[in-house]
Design a binder for this molecule. Structure first.
Ligand code: MRU
Length: 369
């Protein structure tokens, strides 16, 4: 996607030195567009833990390059296994991290050590290229849903109204290598001239909606409105949401969906109001090894300070963190929740759409048995 007319991916190998890895520092967005240069596996791990890089597909791609950086210095099998295990521990919920590391290990284990670094860069690039094409296709399959809503509104004499999409957290291009998952259909709809408007949940505690989704959509010119996380149910009751589309960090064999905390409440409100609730996922987010999402998916618990404090831009332009909770109160910060498959209208994948069910997923991904 483009920033000020210049096309970018969200991760790339530095053109000047040809080996270090560049990412956008997402803790600085939307106030500053700054890149970080990563030169070893420890910096990569720290960038993932601190969420300077984030979003399920992007942390997988970043970890893949983390292995490549580690193998430049020490291509031994021992180092390969050690660094893969270390990077795999950085965040627990998104399965894309494990998926990318397993793909790298499979490609590298049987390579002679002297060829491993080169092979690792090639495999990390292949993971990135795969993600870009996957997300472009997710956009095509989701676009059909948006076209259907636009046609229905037209037939009802409401053709002047936009298609109103509600989304939670950030599943846009900055959460992937490019295009995004949940936002990919929206970008394609906007680019083909459809009237589309996005309700952007602010997504406390880290505000990925207000900071990142709003920034992305704004940069592309897509009309959008930031709302507090609690507004979605009210908007749905008043017919102001045509469809909910969210991303995901892990989809189980049965179609349960882990995503940013608060997603489950949006799904409940959507069910109660007859609003379709769709989840966009690339193949790397499907975890056929897990069935019951509520019981089996590990939910990341992050620092309480993300709840008690909030960071924003002061009138003088500086970044400030202020406390919003009463002094002395404890806070808890579960970062994800699981939406049971029964609340999900359907899944949008690069291979098409399906029911959120074992049958639906097996139909699209038969190779997983
Ligand atoms: O904690 P984050 O910001 O990494 O969480 C991101 C999400 O929950 C996204 O919705 C999900 O990773 C899908 S990104 C295409």
């Amino acid at each position: 996607m483009k920033i000020a007319g210049v096309p970018y991916r969200s991760i790339w190998v530095d053109e000047e030195d040809g080996w270090s890895v560049r990412i956008f520092d997402q803790t600085r967005l939307p106030w500053a567009v700054e890149t970080l240069r990563l030169t070893d596996e420890e910096q990569v791990a720290q960038a993932i833990r601190s969420m300077q890089t984030r979003g399920a597909p992007l942390i997988g791609a970043t970890a893949a390059y983390g292995l490549a950086l580690a193998l430049r210095r020490d291509p031994s099998t021992e180092n390969l296994e050690r660094v893969a295990a270390m990077l795999g521990e950085t965040r627990p919920t998104a399965i894309n991290l494990r998926w990318a590391l397993e793909r790298m290990l499979e490609a590298l284990r049987n390579q002679p050590p002297e060829r491993r670094a080169e092979a690792a860069y090639a495999e990390a690039k292949a993971i990135c290229d795969d993600d870009v094409e996957t997300n472009r296709r997710i956009g095509e399959h989701g676009l059909e849903l948006l076209r259907g809503i636009a046609a229905r509104k037209q037939a009802e004499g409401r053709g002047g109204e936009p298609v109103n999409v509600l989304t939670h957290c950030n599943a846009g291009w900055i959460a992937t290598v490019d295009y995004g998952t949940a936002l990919s259909p929206i970008y394609q709809a906007f680019d083909e001239g459809m009237k589309v408007h996005v309700w952007v949940d602010e997504t406390r505690p880290r505000n990925q909606g207000a900071a990142l989704t709003a920034w992305e959509l704004g940069a592309h010119g897509v009309p959008h409105t930031v709302v507090s996380d609690n507004a979605g149910g009210h908007l749905m009751q008043h017919g102001q949401v045509d469809i909910v589309i969210v991303g995901t960090d892990r989809v189980t064999r049965n179609g349960d969906v882990a995503n940013k905390i608060g997603t489950y409440l949006k799904a409940l409100a959507a069910k109660d109001n007859g609003v379709p609730f769709w989840v966009a996922l690339p193949h790397s987010t499907y975890d056929p090894r897990v069935a019951d999402g509520v019981r089996e998916i590990p939910i990341e618990e992050r620092s309480a300070a993300e709840v008690t404090d909030i960071t924003g831009r002061a009138p003088d332009g500086s970044l400030v963190t202020v406390r919003v909770a009463a002094e002395g109160s404890d806070a808890a910060n579960p970062a994800f929740d699981v939406t049971p498959a029964r609340l999900v209208t359907g899944l949008i994948t690069e291979r098409g759409r399906c029911d959120a069910s074992a049958e639906g997923l097996a139909g699209l991904y038969p190779e997983h048995g």
